[in-house]
Design a protein around this ligand. Structure first.
Ligand SMILES: Nc1ncnc2c1ncn2[C@@H]1O[C@H](COP(=O)(O)OP(=O)(O)OP(=O)(O)O)[C@@H](O)[C@H]1O
Ligand SMILES: [Mg+2]
Length: 444
C-alpha cells in the first residue's frame, strides 16, 4: 500500500474541519442576525405608525368633508419605502401616502403585525377603533439585509480555505524538516557504520523511534563485534599450535626414510600450510570488518605500493611490473596496514590465478586509481559478479579459500573507495583486471 503524505492529510483534514466549523458558525450567527434585524425593522415600523396616527387623526377631524380620501402630497416625488393607509372600521380609506397601493393591505383594518407574501404590515387604531392606520414595508428590504449579512459572514471563507491549505502545508513541512534531516543521516551511512544516529530536535512523536533505532544499532553493533572478535581470536589462537605442528611435521618428513611415509608427511604439511593460510585470511577479514580502516592523516600511497610490490617481487621472481604516476605523491586517507592487506590480496590473486608466462601489471594514476592486471583466460560475467562474496571461487586451478576478494571489497567499502572487476582486461582479449578508485586527498 502506498503510504499517504502527512502534509496532504493534515492539510485537507484541517481545511475541511475549519470549513465545516465556519459554516456551522455562520448558520448560527446568521439566524441570530436575522432575528435581530426583524426585531429592529418591526420596532421601526411600529414607531412610524404610532407617530403618524395622531397627526392623521388631527388632520381628518379638521376636515369639512371628512369622508373623502386624501392623498398626502409630497414635496418632492420619490419612491416610497414605507406606505400607509388610514381607514375607518369598515375599510373606507380616509387618507393614504402618495404611493400607497390599497391592494397590498388587508381587506379590513387589523391591529398588530401581520405578514403577506411580499409585505410586513402593522396596524394601530385610535378614537376607540374608528380610525385605523396600517403601514406596509416590503419584505424585499429585510431579505436583502439578511442576504448581505450572510455574504459578509461567508466571504472570509473564500480567503481562509487557501490560507489554511497553504499554512498547514508549510507548517508541516517546516515541522518535519528534522525528520527529513534524520532520513538523510540514515541514508548517508556507510555500510559498516553502526554508530548511533544523532539528529537534533526531532518532534516528540518521532524521538522515541530514533531512540529505538539507535538501540537496535547498538545491539547489532555488539552482535557483530562479538562475531568479529570471535573470528579474530579463533584465528589468532590457532596460529601457535599450527606453527608448532608444522615444525613437527617438517622434522618428521626430514627424518622419515624415503618412501610412502615421507610422501604422506609432505601431504600433511601441505594441508597444514593451507590451514595456516585460511586462518591468516580469516584474521584479515576480521580486521577489515572491524573498522579503523581510515587513517587520521592522509597517507602517500606510492611508498606503500612500492614496498608491497617489492616484497612480492622477491618471492615471485620479478614478475610484477610497477607503473607509478607522474606526480611525486598521491594521498588518500587509508590505514597503511589496510592498504597493504588489500594490495597483497590483489597481487597474490594476479600471481596465483593469472597466466604464469605473463607479467602482472600494477599501476597507480595521479587520480588515485589503482589497477592490477594479469593475463589468463577471461572470466565470464556471471561468475565475475559473485567473486567478491565470501568463500566464492572461480574456475581457477590454484588453491585458495575464496576470501581474498571479499577482504579487498570490505576494505574498499570501509574507506569509501570503489572496486570494479573487469574481464577480459581493458584493451585486451583476455586477462583479468581489478580497479580500485581511492578518494584522493589534496595533500597533507
Ligand atoms: N587476478 C585474477 N585472475 C583470474 N582470476 C581471478 C583473479 N583474482 C581472482 N580470481 C578468481 O576469483 C576467485 C576468488 O578470488 P579470491 O581471492 O576471493 O579467492 P582465492 O584467491 O581463490 O582464495 P584466497 O584469496 O582466499 O586464498 C578466484 O578463485 C579466481 O577464480
Ligand atoms: Mg585470493
Amino acid at each position: 500500500m502506498k503510504s499517504s503524505s502527512l502534509q496532504k492529510r493534515l492539510g485537507l483534514g484541517l481545511t475541511l474541519g475549519m470549513t465545516l466549523l465556519w459554516l456551522g458558525g455562520t448558520v448560527g450567527a446568521w439566524l441570530v442576525v436575522q432575528h435581530e434585524l426583524n426585531e429592529a425593522f418591526d420596532s421601526a415600523l411600529e414607531e412610524t405608525a404610532q407617530r403618524i396616527l395622531p397627526l392623521a387623526v388631527l388632520e381628518i377631524s379638521n376636515r369639512e368633508a371628512p369622508r373623502e380620501a386624501q392623498h398626502i402630497a409630497t414635496l418632492k416625488m420619490h419612491k416610497e419605502y414605507l406606505t400607509y393607509l388610514v381607514r375607518d372600521a369598515e375599510g373606507e380609506i380616509l387618507m393614504q401616502s402618495h404611493d400607497a397601493n390599497p391592494k397590498i393591505f388587508n381587506k379590513r383594518p387589523r391591529e398588530g403585525f401581520s405578514t403577506t407574501q411580499k409585505y410586513r404590515l402593522y396596524g394601530a387604531s385610535a378614537l376607540r377603533n374608528t380610525v385605523f392606520i396600517e403601514i406596509a414595508e416590503p419584505l424585499n428590504h429585510r431579505r436583502e439585509a439578511a442576504r448581505e449579512a450572510l455574504f459578509a459572514l461567508l466571504l472570509p471563507l473564500l480567503a481562509l480555505i487557501p490560507i489554511c491549505l497553504l499554512g498547514t502545508w508549510l507548517f508541516v513541512r517546516i515541522s518535519l524538516r528534522s525528520v527529513l534531516a534524520y532520513r538523510h543521516a540514515v541514508e548517508a551511512r556507510g555500510v559498516g557504520d553502526l554508530s548511533p544516529i544523532k539528529v537534533t530536535r526531532l518532534p516528540a512523536e518521532i524521538d522515541p523511534l530514533a531512540d529505538a533505532v539507535n538501540h537496535l544499532l547498538g545491539r547489532l553493533r555488539k552482535a557483530l563485534e562479538a562475531e568479529r572478535s570471535f573470528t579474530a581470536n579463533s584465528a589468532h589462537e590457532l596460529r601457535t599450535p599450527l606453527a608448532a605442528t608444522l615444525a613437527q611435521i617438517q622434522r618428521l618428513r626430514h627424518e622419515a626414510p624415503e618412501g610412502p611415509l615421507q610422501v604422506r608427511a609432505a601431504k600433511i604439511e601441505n594441508s597444514l600450510r593451507e590451514l595456516a593460510r585460511l586462518s591468516e585470511k580469516l584474521m584479515q577479514l576480521a580486521k577489515a570488518e572491524g573498522g579503523g580502516l581510515l587513517s587520521e592523516a592522509p597517507q602517500d600511497l606510492i611508498p606503500l605500493l612500492a614496498h608491497v610490490v617489492d616484497e612480492w617481487n622477491h618471492s615471485s621472481g620479478q614478475r610484477i611490473a610497477l607503473h607509478l604516476p607522474s606526480e611525486a605523491s598521491v594521498y588518500s586517507a587509508i590505514d597503511p596496514d589496510a592498504f597493504a592487506i588489500l594490495l597483497r590480496n590483489l597481487v597474490e590473486n594476479a600471481l596465483k590465478h593469472g597466466a604464469a608466462d605473463q607479467p602482472v601489471e600494477v599501476s597507480l594514476t595521479d587520480q588515485a586509481l589503482l589497477r592490477v592486471v594479469n593475463g589468463g583466460p577471461p572470466v565470464p560475467e556471471a561468475v565475475l559478479q559473485h567473486l567478491t562474496e565470501r568463500f566464492v571461487r572461480g574456475n581457477s586451478e590454484a588453491s585458495g579459500s575464496g576470501l581474498g576478494l571479499a577482504i579487498a571489497k570490505t576494505i574498499v567499502q570501509g574507506v569509501g573507495a570503489s572496486m570494479t572487476l573487469v574481464s577480459p582486461a581493458t584493451g585486451r582479449g583476455e586477462g583479468f583486471e581489478v580497479n580500485v578508485q581511492f578518494c584522493k586527498h589534496a595533500a597533507r
